[in-house]
Write a protein that binds this ligand. Structure first.
Ligand code: AMP
Ligand code: MG
Length: 488
């Protein structure tokens, strides 16, 4: 059994709509995340039982659940929609994890809510498995993210372009408050609710803001900082979120809403996969720009409560937003330096990183394999594998010579320490798109073996797994996935 304690349900009515999950005909457990269940002090055996699966599918809720859908607004690809909200997600309640931290327990894909607009509130099996794989891969990579506790099929057929099996994901998050949640109240000039929401978020996620003379400004500064760190982390593993709309930017700083996201194979800074991102708004190298754009929308929403004086509020917001570039650059450079095995500060660090990403783009190099093989070179292995990744080996030699020169400037760093640090940040296994698609297509035929195997491999991204070396391989030309779909 689960006992929920629901702080969000105690907020004013305008924050949410009470909702019940739809009953589904034949719930069946696809995968239960036992590690996460343990982290949450939940009984994995019970979760996998008939009663547990009935809850995970939304059929039978514990008495302590207070199911609701959260209200939010959002800028979607630049256009503001004042009324979005959880259209296919229902928050059952909150639980305390083993560290005493309050976590949201949400069902995604469990039917219509008052915010569903034209949608059916359901989710396809493909979308649920994709989110399960990607979010847990991100967790294993050490990137802040919402988690996947379980995936269940519902026994229902839902209708998209073609009939699809329906599924539900049990998602766990620090909370589901988004930039768009603040925008929801700002758009309604509801100052009281804005303050209430800000206070709630400070208490739950940023209690240190209360030590500041202006906790609301401190809140903005903290969110800016977390997002700058998060986006730098994404870029360092070649992750492209794909739908960085303000309703998909979480206030606590976790990666959220895995739709058409993907990891880049052959690197290009303008890389984009999402079928709905026609103009490359959320391309790999646009992510910090759009992240700051979103945070500017958050700052705008907070303006009326930052200060009673408009100009003062504006100055505060501007100053907080300026922190983004600083923080992002710091994290971006420090992270890439670790990936490259550079330990000491040097004048041209940012230029060297830029020359590296430039060489990768020009050489059509697989992003993950490049750092994987560079790590081996740092450990004293042959350069051949690294060189062979480049379309033109001459250019690869030029880059490698510049790297060797840079390394030679750090004579005090022991080679094995350098290699060990690189191993800790350069993943061997990422959720390659063609593998994710393969796992989904097998699952749609009723074979979940590939999905389970992939989930297992991705849970240990930095470790050698010789028996799964095939999962390191980039897609062959005919395996390449060029577009990813929301496929809600
Ligand atoms: P997304 O971009 O996927 O995060 O979704 C944007 C908005 O559309 C959110 O308000 C979702 O709740 C809503 N939405 C997405 N898919 C569905 C669906 N199948 N039924 C109802 N609402 C949906
Ligand atoms: Mg969303």
């Amino acid at each position: 059994m689960i006992t929920f304690d629901n702080s969000y349900a105690r907020l004013p009515k305008a924050f949410f709509a009470r909702t019940s999950p739809a009953q589904v005909p034949a719930p069946s457990l696809v995968r239960l995340n036992k590690g996460l269940a343990n982290e949450l002090a939940l009984d994995a055996e019970w979760l996998a039982s008939d009663d547990g699966v009935a809850m995970l599918a939304g059929n039978k809720l514990p008495d302590s659940a207070e199911a609701l859908s959260m209200a939010y607004a959002g800028h979607q690809f630049g256009g503001f929609n004042p009324q979005l909200g959880d259209g296919r997600a229902i928050l059952l309640g909150e639980i305390r994890d083993r560290n005493g931290i309050r976590r949201d327990f949400q069902l995604k894909g469990s039917g219509r809510t008052p915010f569903s607009r034209g949608g059916d509130g359901k989710a396809t099996l493909g979308a649920i498995l994709r989110e399960y794989l990607l979010s847990e891969a991100m967790f294993a990579l050490g990137v802040p993210t919402t988690r996947a506790l379980a995936a269940v099929t519902t026994g229902e057929t839902i209708y998209r372009e073609t009939p699809m099996p329906g599924a539900v994901l049990a998602r766990v998050a620090q909370s589901h408050v988004r930039v768009g949640t603040f925008q929801f109240f700002a758009a309604r000039d509801d100052r009281a609710s804005l303050i209430r929401l800000a206070d709630y978020v400070i208490e739950r996620h940023y209690p240190r803001a209360n030590e500041s003379s202006n906790p609301l400004l401190a809140l903005l500064e903290f969110v800016v900082e977390r997002q700058a760190e998060l986006i730098a982390r994404w870029m360092q593993i070649g992750f492209i979120h794909g739908v960085m709309n303000t309703d998909n930017m979480q206030i606590a700083g976790e990666t959220i809403d895995y739709g058409p996201c993907a990891f880049v194979d052959d690197f290009h800074p303008k890389c984009v996969f999402s079928s709905i991102d026609r103009n490359g708004r959320y391309a790999w190298n646009q992510q910090p720009v759009m992240g700051k754009w979103n945070l500017t929308r958050l700052a705008e929403a907070l303006l009326p409560i930052l200060s009673t004086d408009e100009q003062t509020a504006l100055n505060m917001a501007k100053h907080a937003l300026d922190g983004f570039d600083l923080r992002f650059n710091e994290n971006y450079i420090a992270g890439f330096k670790r990936k490259l095995g550079l330990m000491e500060a040097s004048e041209g660090d940012d230029a060297f990183i830029a020359s590296t990403t430039d060489a990768l783009a020009k050489g059509e190099v697989d992003f993950t394999l490049f750092f994987r093989h560079l790590t081996r070179v740092a450990a004293g292995e042959s350069e051949e594998a690294l060189l062979s990744l480049f379309a033109t080996p001459a250019k690869a030699r030029t880059w490698l010579a510049s790297w060797r020169k840079r390394i030679a400037g750090e004579p005090n760093v022991a080679a094995d320490l350098r290699a060990a640090i690189m191993q800790g940040v350069n993943p061997i296994f990422i959720a390659r798109n063609h593998r994710v698609e393969e796992a989904i297509s097998h699952a749609l035929r009723g074979d979940f073996q590939t999905f389970h195997e992939l989930a297992g491999v991705l849970s240990n991204p930095y470790g050698e797994q010789a028996e799964f070396a095939e999962y390191e391989r980039p897609p062959r030309e005919e395996e390449k996935v060029r577009e990813t779909f929301c496929n809600t």
